[in-house]
Write a protein of this length. Structure first.
Length: 158
């Protein structure tokens, strides 16, 4: 699955949707042309390899030089990189992220979007989330402290 970058002007901002795989074939040229307020949705990013991570970081640094980027709905693949690589999103702000959830009662699985501010307000945890199948509480399908480590970086969340 190749990388897709779609841009759309919206009021006083540009909305960008990125999906696919960030690898050696990724072309970040559409990002590098942006200026002003930019909202980047990363929900569709499925995987990142090491070469792609390096190219991504270069592109984000350049984007931060010419624009004011805010990242929304960052995918679990991006969360993993954030937790391993300092500066993966430059000095941009993370407004929301996706988290994989599982129900310990009925084994239902789904990915939900959480606002970073809501998670910070409850001491680095995800808000209580009801299972759509059995209405009991779902839990993060990962180790909470490990998956949510990026929330402890105060310059990244808002």
């Amino acid at each position: 699955m190749s990388l897709q970058i779609d841009t759309q002007a919206s009021g006083n901002a540009t909305r960008v949707s990125i999906s696919g795989v960030i690898d050696e074939n990724a072309d970040f040229a559409p990002l590098l042309a942006l200026e002003g307020n930019v909202e980047v949705n990363l929900r569709g990013v499925k995987r990142i390899n090491s070469f792609g991570a390096r190219e991504w970081m270069d592109a984000v640094r350049k984007l931060c030089d010419t624009a004011n980027p805010n990242f929304v709905e960052i995918s679990p693949a991006i969360v993993d990189q954030l937790n391993m690589i300092q500066g993966f999103l430059g000095h941009a702000t993370i407004r929301s992220f996706c988290a994989p959830l599982v129900c310990p009662h009925c084994d239902a699985e789904e990915t939900r979007v959480f606002n970073t501010r809501d998670c910070l307000d409850i001491d680095v945890a995800i808000p209580i989330t009801e299972c759509p199948s059995c209405a009991r509480n779902m839990v993060l399908d990962d180790v909470d402290d490990k998956y949510l480590l990026f929330l402890r970086e105060p310059t990244l969340v808002a």
